[in-house]
Design a protein around this ligand. Sequence first.
Ligand SMILES: [Cu+2]
Length: 279
Amino acid sequence: MKMSMGRTGRRLLGFVVAGLVLVAAGAASAELGQPAPWEMTMQGSATEVMDFIHWFHNWLLGTITVITLFVLTLLVIVVVKFNARANPVPSRTTHNTLIEVAWTLIPVLILVSIAIPSFRLLFLQLDLPKADLTVKATGKQWYWSYAYPDNGKFEFDSLMAQDKQPRLLAVDNEMVVPVNKVIRVQTTGADVIHSFAVPAFGIKIDAIPGRLNETWFKATKTGMFYGQCSELCGKDHAFMPIAVRVVSDQEFSAWVETAKKKFAASPANSFASAGAAAQ
Ligand SMILES: [Cu+2]
């Protein structure tokens, strides 16, 4: 019996180790800005806001782990030491000032330690710094249009590309922004409510018809960053990805020049259905 228990234990340990190795391998192969196989945590961060979200997530996870283990320990002590057999004559003690003060004060302090960073994060997200560049993202059934009012007012459509990788995330025309610049993203919906979300930037904001919402991000790394529409918006909700290419200032200026010409010839909605084009 003892032998077989040992074998089962070893097998279980083997599974756990194999799982951890797979997760570690997945995390190591994870490319910034997109999901990875066996990813356990959130996507890697490319903005100050997302750094804060990572930190806050880990802080909450640590706090809740300690609280859960503490409560579990108390429960085990009660079950083992104070059951009817082990403790047939229960104590009639009531009131203990020190413990009562402690179990009031400590939870209050825990809540304060959660509330302070929580509000700091909220203000960081919602208090828009002065923007270097504005991009307006319009959610449509089922693609995004991006307008650049600061750079010649061109607008273009961004549709999922069937033949490009990563699958379901790549698009024909990416949203392009310069690195280390505050980008103000204004969102609206042309038909129904969509939601503009890019995990690596820590942004998610509804795109509502008849209303202009705004958020911001400042990407600290260049590269491709992917997101998806995050509000159920109809049959192709899963097929209207968001692809943001973060480039250097020079590359951005060069892109603006080519984009002005390219999208003058094929402006937004030039392919779209009558319904979307009517607005
Ligand atoms: Cu949508």
